[in-house]
Ligand binder design. Structure first.
Ligand SMILES: [Zn+2]
Ligand SMILES: [Zn+2]
Length: 197
């Protein structure tokens, strides 16, 4: 685990917030999207602006971050491969616990050993006064995306025989299968079923 870079766009410095429980700060900022913010077929282009609207609240154990993120999405329809232009608007909340000796309960804390499981229960660990929003943002965006993005709800997809876009050419038909791939599949099947083998 390397230390957080305070200059990274998604690393927030909470020093101004202070550690008195109850103190709050509203933060609005626009950051360039990190790489791979999304899923294979739909996501925020790397470097595209992500608008963040955050409320930081000091609590006993750390800093509670509540906020929204808005960004433009780019991708392609899972059925017809047409480009999709959409927007993602997600809400998230995460408790970032103090990861240093100033732990309010006086527990011994271990800065070096970050627990890999601590993202699953909505709790992350701060490094000194820094917290990293990137995993939180990534999880929120990925969860908000459809498994199968479609250009429109009833996209008819592509013709299974010739690949034509049926949205643009809904009435086209074929008299007989023409895809050579089907022809070769038929040949293989015939060979395997030959009883003389
Ligand atoms: Zn489509
Ligand atoms: Zn066709």
């Amino acid at each position: 685990m390397t230390s957080l870079d305070p200059r990274a766009p998604l690393v927030l410095d909470t020093r101004e917030l202070g550690r008195r429980p109850g103190s709050q700060r509203e933060v609005t900022l626009t950051v360039p999207a990190p790489a791979d913010l999304g899923i294979d077929v739909l996501g925020v282009a790397e470097g595209a602006p992500v608008e963040l609207d955050l409320r930081l609240e000091a609590v006993m154990e750390g800093v509670l971050v509540t906020g929204t993120a808005t960004a433009d999405l780019e991708g392609e329809c899972a059925r017809c491969l047409d480009p999709i232009v959409d927007q993602v608007d997600v809400r998230f909340q995460e408790l970032f616990v103090y990861g240093d000796s100033r732990d309010s309960r006086g527990r011994p804390t271990d800065n070096a050993g970050h627990d890999d499981g601590d993202e699953d229960d909505g709790v992350s660990t701060m490094e000194d006064d820094l917290l990293d929003l990137e995993p939180l943002l990534r999880d929120a965006v990925v969860l908000a995306l459809p498994f199968q993005p479609l250009c429109e709800d009833d996209c008819p997809g592509l013709c299974t025989e010739c690949g034509a876009n049926l949205k643009e050419d809904p009435d086209h038909t074929h008299e007989a299968p023409i895809d050579p791939r089907w022809a070769s599949l038929t040949t293989i099947e015939t060979t395997q079923n030959d009883p003389s083998n």
